[in-house]
Design a binder for this molecule. Structure first.
Ligand code: HEC
Length: 124
């Protein structure tokens, strides 16, 4: 009896370790596959970026010579669809048509907008 227990304990310990590390790698795989906060949407992600970086000029009515307003989903999605939104935010500061003109958005913000466009610019 005593001998059996001695034999089983290391086996039990090994099984536990194996299970634990399996569980961890499963979790990591799931996290890599899933987008952390679901798809990027205008309502959840994009509107706030536009509001704080673009509406100084692309307001309604527009200011500072901006040719159109970007105050709602319809107006932003037209430029997402025709490519001008991504083109403008990806230009280098100082290049003609770089948006915002005062300086490039952080790369993570640009990537998020591009991801939103790639995913079909969902409203919600
Ligand atoms: C300081 C004012 C100002 C701000 C802030 C601004 N814009 Fe503009 N935007 C303009 C003006 C003026 C034009 C037209 C002249 C030009 O293209 O440079 C324009 C043009 C554009 C165009 C058309 C470009 C093209 O090639 O037809 C897009 C798209 C655009 N802006 C998007 C944005 C976005 C997105 C933001 C915020 C991230 C932004 N703008 C911030 C003033 C501004």
């Amino acid at each position: 009896m005593k001998r059996n227990v001695k034999f089983l304990l290391p086996l039990l310990a090994l099984t536990l370790i194996a299970c634990t590390s399996d569980g961890e790698s499963d979790l990591e795989e799931m996290e890599e596959m899933e987008e952390p906060n679901g798809p990027v949407t205008y309502n959840a992600n994009i509107r706030a970026i536009i509001n704080s970086n673009c509406l100084n000029c692309h307001s309604d009515p527009t200011r500072n010579g901006a040719p159109f307003s970007l105050t709602d989903f319809q107006q932003v999605s037209v430029r997402a669809d025709n490519g001008s939104l991504s083109r403008a935010i990806n230009k280098q500061t100082g290049d003609a048509g770089a948006m915002p003109p005062s300086g490039r958005l952080p790369q993570t913000t640009i990537d998020l907008i591009d991801q939103w466009i790639d995913e079909g610019f969902l409203e919600q």
